[in-house]
Ligand binder design. Structure first.
Ligand code: PXP
Length: 256
């Protein structure tokens, strides 16, 4: 099973200050050093986290594989066909949502035709296309007819299940949809809401070859990285030469 790390929320922290740190490009590099099989970013229409610059630099620097999540719009498809990431995952997008709330509604003729057009245009540039869908056989079948190479099964309902019955039911839905997709010749990915606590039963599903995980890994990175980040800042502060006499312009010592 491949682990793709979604680094959108590194950019969310940067955008909270409108500055240039933390840089998702650095985060991608560290994720790869940590063993990520690929890097995922979602370029949203409102550019609330990942920017065009990020996707451009990541498409040049990611050494594993870049999976670009995007809505099936002309603007986004044009960006994808110019940058040619290894993989594109088409997702539904609503401006007012906090995060992607569900899979593509491929029952809608309008959505089907925009997804099909986007899929064809991106595949013509050698991009592997995955469709983010709910774990429902009908959606899997439509994804197959639209010519996608892969489907990403939405694990949000599984992640949100609050009782053991709901948890088992959602896991079973994912298991069935993953097997259906595999039988139809589709590669099967999964993602959304996966955490250190709930990933194991999903990782145990043999039909799934790739998971996309973002929020939980970025959160964990903040926690496990906090100790060394604080120690580093403290070292810097304690190493500062004391400045007791005024006035005069203070000239920092060489190497400061
Ligand atoms: N897969 C898709 C299609 C997504 O839109 C997202 C969120 O951007 C993820 C996976 C990752 O979800 P999470 O951040 O909850 O791990």
């Amino acid at each position: 099973m491949r682990l793709y790390v979604n680094i959108d929320h590194v950019a969310t922290v940067r955008e909270a200050r409108g500055t240039d740190e933390p840089d998702p490009v650095h985060a991608a590099f560290s994720a790869e050093l940590g063993g990520a099989d690929g890097i995922t970013v979602h370029l949203r229409e409102d550019r609330r986290h990942i920017s065009d610059r990020d996707v451009r630099l990541l498409s040049e620097t990611v050494r594993t594989g870049l999976n670009l999540e995007l809505a099936a719009t002309d603007e986004m498809v044009l960006i994808a066909t110019e940058l040619r990431p290894m993989q594109a995952t088409l997702v539904p997008e609503r401006r007012e949502e906090l995060t992607t709330e569900g899979g593509l509604n491929l029952a809608s003729t309008e959505i089907r035709s925009s997804v099909e057009a986007a899929t064809t245009r991106m595949q013509a540039q050698g991009i592997r296309v995955s469709l983010f869908i709910d774990p429902v056989k009908d959606m899997v079948s439509v994804a197959k007819t639209l010519g996608a190479e892969a489907v990403e099964l939405h694990t949000g309902e599984y992640a949100n299940a609050s009782t053991s019955e709901a948890h088992a039911r959602e896991l079973e839905r994912l298991h069935r949809a993953a097997s259906d997709a595999l039988e139809m010749g589709l590669a099967v990915h999964a993602g959304h809401g996966l955490t250190y606590a709930n990933v194991t039963p999903i990782a145990a599903l043999a039909a799934i070859e790739e998971v996309n995980i973002g929020h939980s890994i970025v959160s964990r990175a903040l926690t496990v990285g906090m100790k060394s980040a604080v120690a580093e800042m403290r070292r810097l502060i304690l190493a500062a030469p004391s400045r007791v006499r005024e006035p005069g312009l203070w000239v920092p010592p060489i190497g400061y």
